[in-house]
Design a protein around this ligand. Sequence first.
Ligand SMILES: [Zn+2]
Length: 172
Amino acid sequence: MEIPRIPRCEYPITIREIGPFDAECASVGMVVRAPTGKILLLDRLKGIYGGKDSSNCEFDPGLGYACPAGHIEKDEHPFYAGLRELEEETGINKALKSASIVLELWASNPCRKAKNHHWYIMLIEIDRELGAIMEPTKHGSLTWADPDVALGFDLEPAWRSILWHMKQKGIL
Ligand SMILES: [Zn+2]
C-alpha cells in the first residue's frame, strides 16, 4: 500500500503536559520502537464517525496513521491497558525489551463519547519488527517507519501533535 507523504489533515489538536488533566476520557498510546529506530504505525480506517468514505479529517479527525492506542477501562492501570491494547490491535505480546509511561498529556482530540482526552504515552522497545493487523475493520495496514519519515505521513491529528511533541522533547 502506498503511503501518502503529504499530510491532508491540519485539524488542530491542542496538547499540554501541565495539568489539570481534566478530560472526559482516558487513553493510552504506545510508541513501539524497534532496534532500527523505526516505530509501528497503523492506518485507521474508521475514524470517530466510523465512515470509511470520510477521507477528510475535517469531517472525521480519527482517520490517518496512528500508533496503537485505546481507552483505559475503569480501574485499569494505564500500563496494563497499554499492553492489552497493543496485543488486541497488533498481536504483539512478546519480544518486548522495555515498556514505560514516558508522558502524560491533556489533548483536545475528540472521540465518539468525549471532546478531549487524558493521555498516557508509553514507549515500548521491542526486539524486532513484529505485529499483524488483528482488527481488519479498524486498521488497513501496519507499517514500520523512521519517526522523521512518519512525521511526513498522513497522521491522525492527535498523533501528529503527540509525535511532534515527543520529537521536540528528544524522546523520539
Ligand atoms: Zn475517548
